[in-house]
Ligand binder design. Structure first.
Ligand SMILES: Cc1cc2nc3c(=O)[nH]c(=O)nc-3n(C[C@H](O)[C@H](O)[C@H](O)COP(=O)(O)OP(=O)(O)OC[C@H]3O[C@@H](n4cnc5c(N)ncnc54)[C@H](O)[C@@H]3O)c2cc1C
Length: 378
């Protein structure tokens, strides 16, 4: 296939900045480049009909770290780095809310609960004992003490999960509304998004980058790769791996008992209400090798595990059906930090946001645009 003269002339001529991927990072990068260089031609290409990675597939937790997650991070990262990452996530959430507006993204300051089953008592006790230390360390960074022991509180799931830690500074967003609002903002900024166009390879020369797509070739002065869990296809040396997460949403549940956002099994399983439906996803820790893929498929074993977990632990004796099932792809690595870097003189990337992208996406977009701004003559 080839672009026609008309297509090339109208959409693809003289591209200054080509952003690949219309997830949170790609859209924010494009917006921030355009803010810095309003007269430049900024184009985003996206392989999917809609964003097709994580940003429109996620669970919509506006979260910055459960106690068990932070304690786990402290095993491999220095304390200052762990706290700095929490601050970035907190600041990123504020930036997202300020940019798009709470109403537009369906922000609900419902808090977040980390739940523990009775056989996780030792883990719970370790987490509970760490609350004063974490609150103290975070207080001056995020302006509050997030964690309280909520085991005795009036809350969902006390029979199945006798222990709980509440984070009153977290919340949820409506992922669909959020990505829709961001796409609208990008369109208003006069940035062209071309859907259904997949980057296959690129080749840099002195003046430009020649990009081969599944639809034809195009040329750009600079290239920003924001392809997250798929980046390995065009950046084989990047230290990033895909991690699939399967998610379901049930039918509406009469007198829905679950309200708010919940993490269990050290964050590998997460669930929340979406109005009176239950959204639940994860379990990749039980199927590690299988879920280390960017194939956006569903598998019987994970779907069965999710179904059994709902019917035995979350909504026993409650009739429900699975109304929606999908998979999304995260980009993860041995280190928890994201990658925002210059690959060569004309190619840059912002990738590997793990399970933190709702919080970090807008900041990483800003950071990548700033990096490009510093490195090239905008
Ligand atoms: C199921 C699930 C639940 C999650 N829940 C949460 C949560 O509750 N809270 C939270 O903070 N984070 C969560 N995350 C993580 C968060 O969604 C991601 O970190 C974030 O969306 C990453 O944004 P991104 O723009 O880097 O990547 P993506 O959104 O994956 O965007 C990359 C884009 O690049 C496109 N692309 C890839 N290759 C090509 C190519 N060759 N050519 C053209 N386009 C290409 C893809 O189609 C995709 O749209 C979750 C992730 C998943 C998968």
């Amino acid at each position: 296939m080839n672009f026609s003269y008309w297509e090339h002339d109208a959409f693809l001529r003289n591209i200054d900045y080509l952003v690949v991927g219309s997830g949170l990072v790609g859209l924010n990068t494009a917006l921030k480049i355009k803010e810095q260089a309003p007269e430049k031609h900024v184009v985003v290409i996206e392989r999917g009909a809609l964003p097709n990675g994580a940003s429109s597939k996620n669970a919509g937790f506006a979260c910055f770290g459960s106690v068990s997650e932070l304690l786990d991070d402290l095993k491999t990262m220095p304390e200052a780095e762990v706290f700095a990452l929490v601050k970035k996530r907190w600041d990123g959430l504020k930036a997202l809310r300020n940019m798009l507006g709470d109403e537009q993204i369906g922000f609900d300051p419902c808090g977040g609960q980390e739940l523990f089953s009775s056989d996780q008592r030792a883990l719970y006790e370790t987490c509970r004992d760490a609350i004063p230390y974490l609150n103290n360390g975070l207080k001056s960074l995020i302006g509050g003490e997030p964690y309280t022991d909520n085991s005795a509180g009036d809350r969902f799931g006390r029979d199945t999960f006798p222990y709980a830690i509440f984070n009153h500074m977290e919340g949820s967003i409506d992922t669909g509304k959020m990505i829709q609002a961001l796409l609208k903002k990008v369109a208003e900024a006069d940035i062209q998004i071309i859907n259904g166009l997949k980057l296959e390879s690129f080749e840099e020369n002195e003046q430009s980058v020649l990009v081969t797509t599944d639809y034809g070739r195009l040329e750009t002065r600079y290239l920003a790769l924001c392809t997250n869990g798929f980046a390995k296809h065009h950046l084989p040396a990047a230290k990033i791996e895909p991690a699939r997460n399967q998610v379901v949403v049930t039918s509406p549940i009469p007198n829905m008992p679950i309200k708010g956002t919940f993490h269990v099994q050290e964050g590998y399983v997460y669930f929340r209400n979406v109005e009176d439906r239950l959204l639940i996803g994860g379990f990749r820790h039980l199927f590690r090798d299988q879920e280390r893929t960017d194939a956006m498929e569903l598998t019987d074993n994970v779907q069965r595990t999710i179904y059994d977990f709902i019917s035995s632990k979350l909504l026993p004796d409650t009739p429900f059906t699975i109304d929606y099932s999908w998979s999304g792809i995260m980009g993860i690595g041995a280190s928890k930090s994201y990658i925002c870097q210059k690959i060569s003189s004309r190619v840059f990337c912002g990738i590997r946001l793990g399970g933190m992208g709702v919080a970090l996406g807008s900041l990483v977009g800003q950071e990548l645009a700033d990096l490009i701004g510093r490195e090239v003559q905008m």
